[in-house]
Design a binder for this molecule. Structure first.
Ligand code: NAD
Ligand code: ISE
Length: 339
């Protein structure tokens, strides 16, 4: 593409993430502008479009994607709406940044992967933004040097202050642990082969009927184990931590120690309250990397294969949650397009 003009982006879904990405494209990053926004909630789309020069508001994604001002698409609608938006973008051969999950289940992710292969080239970056977080990037680089030796285990903690009212027990896996699934695959360079989910007595702070917290164990084809404490109603803050245990040492991120104060006989700091705060830099760098790559005519970062693999692992995880025991992941062969 190699263009001088800013990239015209249609943002599909203007809820919490979509509106934040609109702000980011409009005010934070360079090389792009918000050309159109889409939401089934017309008022929401109009409100978000207001105040952005030349931005049109739509309730229909196809109508927005047909505009000559639109060069690329950022999908931030709810997960079940992603497949239709992705196929619409492929029909126009538009580059896409699709928020996680690529789609909510493995069968639909496979359909998307087949449609992209029919195009003959990659078009999708998936919004696994932790790959752009400075701390995760440092951990990945350290593991890559080999100084610590072979990684044996990853211990992950993923805590949210409170879950939204629509959150179900399976969404702790498919919506939240999906990030650790991607991080495990990316940090270790392994595929995940089996999932076990252990369920302590739910917290009294969790909504009635929600299995929260859960303890998830991921086995990899490289012989490593990755465990995840997922606790989405911890009440006190947003925490994402990871510790790699290797043959000659360990490395840990996510302690949030940027600023430690000492006062009145106590020491301490603050805890982020949500992902927009904890991962602000990662989202900025993710979207900037996507815009830069798209302007160069390239596709970089986590792609459709990663979105599909995460969906397949999460599906096994949801089965493990529901039926108990260890469930093996059923993964299709990796197509040459994603080699
Ligand atoms: P949200 O409910 O706040 O917003 C979703 C928006 O999509 C709503 O405004 C809804 O009206 C709209 N929508 C639904 N179906 C649509 C359709 N067919 N066409 C157009 N608009 C449609 O949800 P959210 O928290 O903003 O999440 C959006 C996406 O971002 C999800 O995929 C979610 O998993 C992902 N997400 C990612 C992160 C992250 O850390 N990367 C964090 C939160 C959410
Ligand atoms: C949400 O959708 C996200 O992606 C957040 O990063 C995660 O922490 C949260 O648990 C999910 O519900």
């Amino acid at each position: 593409m190699n263009r001088r003009e800013p990239l015209g982006i249609a943002v599909i879904g203007t809820g919490r993430m979509g509106a934040d990405h609109v702000r980011r494209i409009d005010r934070v990053i360079s090389g792009a502008r918000v050309a159109a926004v889409v939401d089934v909630d017309e008022e929401r789309a109009k409100t978000v479009a207001a105040g952005i020069d030349g931005c049109t508001a739509h309730t229909d994604a196809d109508e927005a994607m047909a505009s000559p001002d639109v060069d690329a698409v950022l999908i931030a609608s709810s997960g079940p709406a992603h497949e239709a938006a992705l196929l619409g973008a492929f029909a126009r051969d538009l580059p896409v940044l699709c928020e996680k999950p690529l789609t909510p289940d493995a069968a639909s992710a496979l359909r998307v992967m087949e449609a992209e292969q029919a195009l003959g080239h990659r078009r999708v970056q998936v919004g696994f933004m932790r790959r752009y977080d400075t701390e995760y990037v440092r951990l990945k680089a350290l593991l890559g040097t080999g100084q610590l030796g072979r990684p044996l285990m990853l211990h992950n903690r993923h805590r949210n202050v409170a879950s939204p009212s629509f959150f179900t027990s399976s969404m702790l896996i498919s919506d939240s642990v999906a990030h650790e699934v991607d991080v495990t695959r990316w940090l270790l360079g392994h595929e995940i082969t089996a999932v076990t989910v252990l369920r302590p007595t739910p917290s009294s702070g969790a909504p009635e009927g929600l299995r929260d917290p859960q303890f998830v164990v991921l086995e990899t084809d490289g012989g490593a184990l990755s465990d995840v404490e997922i606790f989405v109603n911890c009440g006190f803050g947003y925490q994402v931590q990871a510790e790699a245990v290797c043959e000659r040492g360990t490395a840990r991120i996510g302690d949030g120690h940027q600023l430690v104060t000492n006062m009145a006989g106590r020491w301490g700091g603050t805890i982020a309250q949500d992902w927009t705060e904890r991962f602000a830099q990662a989202y900025d760098d993710e979207v900037q990397a996507w815009v830069d790559a798209t302007r160069r005519g390239e596709v970089t970062g986590p792609g459709t294969w990663d979105g599909y693999a995460a969906a397949a692992v999460c599906e096994a995880g949801v089965r493990a949650l529901e039926q108990g025991g260890r469930v093996e992941v059923e993964l299709a062969d990796r197509p040459p397009l994603y080699a």
